[in-house]
Design a protein around this ligand. Structure first.
Ligand code: SAM
Length: 330
């Protein structure tokens, strides 16, 4: 069905739109259409349009409005997207149900809604999930996540992954130089390893979780860097001797217990090595314990210089997730 539109030459489009807007005549429910010769500006009342403008009936499409979860629930919803899986953190089961329904009814590209059902736990740092809604009964927790031009396939039920660390990972990866040797001691599905390899590094990723390493290998192929990535399923302490003196860069993202792995890190470090050491500490002294632990493990064999002290995010009340970028020079 036709909509009354002011038809003007394209060059006059913006000026005419402003005139119509000042007169409160723009019909916001329809799209402005541009063709080769003219622009069609939908109007609310053709009788009010100034006489010097030409009004025609035109088939302008209705403007699509996006429905968001917040349109459907009476509280301010909080959620996180990992590919087309939407993650929420609701203790109240009624709120969780309402939010899951709102997400599935919204225009968000959502295949599955998961509620956090435990903290990350154990050696592999995997959490339990409650599947609140899914269009995929076979693999509700498997997903492809995109981050800074890389694709990561992963299964949230089997391995750790957090999209919240994307900016931090990017900060680290931007420091990677072509042909350097990057070693991720706790690699997961490869969110440090894959982009480092994409920048031209020779990258090794180790993880004790066999499923994560399977996805790490797949992600290396997906991103076209399998030739530069070595994925190893092991306890990193058992691998350290095979890569002694090897690394130009070490990533240690196991923040609750990284200090237990510093002896292995020192074995892996080459003559001049940058160590990204993640830690969770009280806000009163967030960097001190990490720095002391690194010095205790690396000195006097290495000169230790803390180049960056950075808060990644707040972890819990009064607790911070921090990172130290430490230069180890033999
Ligand atoms: N770097 C990944 C990321 O940012 O998504 C994963 C980080 S996750 C916090 C820590 C990872 O370390 C888990 O995937 C876990 O399985 C692995 N891990 C724990 N202990 C390990 C060990 N002794 N050796 C190798 N990997 C280990």
């Amino acid at each position: 069905m036709g909509v009354p539109c002011v038809r003007v030459e394209r060059e006059a489009g913006e000026e005419t739109r402003s005139r119509l807007a000042e007169a409160d005549l723009v019909a916001g429910g329809y799209e402005i259409v541009v063709d080769e010769a003219a622009i069609y500006l939908p109007v609310t009342d053709p009788a009010e349009v100034p006489a010097d403008l030409d009004v025609v009936e035109y088939d302008a499409p209705a403007r699509e409005t996006q429905t968001m979860p917040s349109d459907e629930v009476s509280f301010e919803p909080s959620y996180e997207r990992i590919g087309d899986v939407i993650v929420i953190d609701e203790d109240d089961s009624e709120r969780a149900r309402a939010l899951a329904d709102a997400i599935m009814a919204s225009d968000l590209p959502a295949r599955t809604v998961l509620n956090r059902a435990s903290k990350v736990k154990g050696e592999t740092r995997v959490r339990d999930w409650e599947v609140l809604a899914t269009e995929d009964e076979t693999n509700p927790t498997e997903v492809v996540h995109r981050e800074y031009g890389c694709e990561f396939a992963l299964d949230l039920a089997e391995m750790y992954f957090s999209p919240r660390l994307a900016t931090e990972r990017h900060r680290v990866v931007e420091q990677v130089a072509e042909n350097e040797r990057t070693f991720d001691m706790f690699a997961g599905v490869g969110p440090f390893v894959i982009p480092a390899a994409k920048r031209g590094a020779e990258a090794v990723g180790v993880d004790v979780n066999e499923a994560a390493v399977k996805y790490l290998r797949e992600n290396a192929r997906r991103n076209g860097v399998e030739e530069r990535v070595t994925a190893i399923n092991a306890d990193v302490r058992e691998v350290a001797d095979d890569y002694e003196d090897w690394a130009d860069r070490l990533v240690m993202n196991l923040p609750h217990s990284a200090d237990e792995f510093l002896d292995a890190a020192v074995r892996l470090a080459g003559d001049d090595c940058t160590l990204h050491y993640y830690d969770i500490q009280h806000e009163d002294d967030p960097y001190g314990p990490g720095e002391r632990a690194v010095r205790a493990a690396a000195e006097p064999e290495y000169d230790v210089t803390v180049e960056t002290r950075h808060t990644v995010r707040s972890y819990a009340p009064h607790e911070l997730n921090v990172v130290l970028d430490v230069r180890l020079t033999r």
